[in-house]
Design a protein around this ligand. Structure first.
Ligand code: HEM
Length: 172
């Protein structure tokens, strides 16, 4: 019985996540600034089209830079600042309807695993935050962290993140 209680305290479930609005805002902000796939799959126009006053000829290969869109001053106030609060009072989501935030792409070629991918990230991050107190190593300040990324099909940090995890629950 005691072990069961301990497990309940330690494990989050998907139903807990539905109430974690700030966690979801943090994840949106991470996806905005650091989309795992910075450039979407290439598209090709099937016929000549006009977009925003530009004529796109037939068979033009198009690359969409989701990373740059997430940092555009036209779409975002203070785009280089990490500020999850920007998602707390609006309905902007990453499911492909709001073109200023497209970490999973948009349209018919968008990521087919959007529900699985986002649920996995939410559950993993929630469990990590719930189970540990996180600190930077002694003497390291947040401003010291090098947030530069390697560009590629998928994007990751150049320098690995070094943090100290202190378990909150006994037995972890
Ligand atoms: C956080 C996790 C993930 C992110 C951010 C992500 C992002 C993306 C993006 C940006 C695209 C291109 C969409 C476009 O060009 O419009 C894509 C395509 C795709 N993703 Fe994901 N993805 C994730 C997880 C996954 C997972 C877990 C799977 C498989 C289990 C998956 C399978 C695919 C496939 C098969 C495509 C190609 C779809 C096509 O060719 O039409 N993704 N994903």
């Amino acid at each position: 019985m005691r072990n069961d209680l301990q497990r309940v305290r330690c494990q989050l479930t998907e139903s807990d996540i539905t109430q974690m609005n700030y966690l979801k805002a943090v994840i949106k902000e991470i996806f905005r600034l650091h989309p795992p796939a910075p450039v979407l799959l290439p598209r090709e126009s099937m016929e000549e089209v006009s977009v925003g006053g530009y004529t796109i000829p037939e068979k033009t290969r198009i690359y969409i830079n989701a990373w740059a869109i997430g940092r555009s001053q036209e779409s975002w106030k203070d785009p280089d600042i990490f500020d999850p609060e920007r998602f707390m009072d609006n309905e902007i989501d990453f499911r492909g309807k709001d073109f200023e935030l497209i970490p999973f792409g948009a349209g018919r070629r968008s990521c087919p695993a959007i529900a699985f991918g986002s649920a996995t990230v939410e559950l993993a991050l929630a469990q990590l935050v719930h189970s540990f107190d996180w600190e930077l190593p002694l003497g390291v300040q947040p401003a010291d962290l090098d947030m530069s990324e390697v560009f590629g099909i998928t994007m990751h940090r150049i320098s690995p993140l070094m943090v100290v995890a202190k378990p909150i629950f006994k037995g972890i």
